[in-house]
Design a protein. Structure first.
Length: 214
C-alpha cells in the first residue's frame, strides 16, 4: 500500500507542478492512490500526499451503509449522508455498524482551478495526512471548477456541500496549504474526544452514575 505522508512532513508544503501529459506511470500511481484512499475510508487524495508534487487529485464521495443487524448485511440501509466515510467525528450508536460503499467510479482532477464560489459554511473537516483529527473550517458552499481528465480533456463541474468542501481541501494541498492552516482557532481536536464527550452526555441524560457513590 502506498504511504500517505503525515502533515508534519515538509514535502506537503511544496507547490505542485502542472501536469503536461499522462503516462502509464501516472495511471499506476492513480490506481495506488485510490486503493490507499479507500483503505482509509477517505473521500479525496492529492498526489502531493503520496510524495508526488504533481498538480492533480482524485476523489469519490462514497455511500455509507448502516448495518443495524451486523449478522445480516442485507438488512442495511444505504444513503449518501455524511458519516464515517467522510467525517470521522460523525456520531453513531454503539450497536450500529457503518461501512463505506465505494463504486470505483472516482474522479481524476488534473490541473484544477476554481472559477466561481458562492456562500460560505463552517463545518468539521479532517485529512488523511492527519488521521483522527478534526477542525472547524470555513469553505465556500458552492463552487464551479475546471480540470482535465485522464485523457487531458478539459471539463467543468458545479459542486456543493461535501463535494465542494473536498475539492477545495484537495486544491489547497496542491498549493501547500493544510486544513489546519484554515482551522478556526481552538477547534482542532481528536475525533475520539468528541466521541468521549458524547458518551458522557448520554450517560448524564440517561441518569447513569459517572462518579462515586453518594
Amino acid at each position: 500500500m502506498i504511504e500517505i505522508l503525515n502533515d508534519s512532513n515538509l514535502f506537503l508544503r511544496k507547490t505542485s507542478k502542472r501536469v503536461t501529459h499522462v503516462d502509464d506511470e501516472m495511471h499506476d500511481l492513480i490506481a495506488e492512490m485510490y486503493d490507499a484512499m479507500v483503505a482509509k475510508n477517505g473521500i479525496g487524495l492529492a498526489a502531493i500526499q503520496v510524495g508526488k508534487a504533481k498538480r492533480f487529485f482524485i476523489y469519490e464521495i462514497p455511500e455509507r451503509r448502516i448495518l443495524e443487524d451486523t449478522e445480516n448485511p442485507e438488512s442495511g440501509e444505504t444513503n449518501n449522508s455524511p458519516g464515517p466515510c467522510d467525517s470521522p467525528g460523525t456520531e453513531t450508536d454503539e450497536d450500529v455498524e457503518v461501512e463505506c460503499v465505494y463504486s470505483g467510479e472516482y474522479t481524476v482532477c488534473i490541473n484544477p482551478r476554481i472559477i466561481a464560489k458562492e456562500g460560505t459554511i463552517i463545518d468539521d473537516e479532517g485529512c488523511l495526512s492527519r488521521e483522527g483529527w478534526l477542525a472547524k473550517v470555513e469553505r465556500a458552499l458552492k463552487i464551479t471548477f475546471q480540470a482535465y481528465d485522464l485523457d487531458m480533456k478539459k471539463f467543468e463541474r458545479v459542486a456543493t456541500g461535501l463535494e465542494a468542501r473536498c475539492i477545495q481541501h484537495e486544491i489547497d494541498h496542491l498549493d501547500g496549504i493544510l486544513f489546519t492552516d484554515r482551522a478556526k482557532e481552538g477547534t482542532l481536536r481528536l475525533a475520539s474526544d468528541d466521541e468521549e464527550s458524547e458518551e458522557e452526555q448520554t450517560s448524564s441524560i440517561s441518569g447513569e452514575s459517572t462518579g462515586g457513590d453518594d
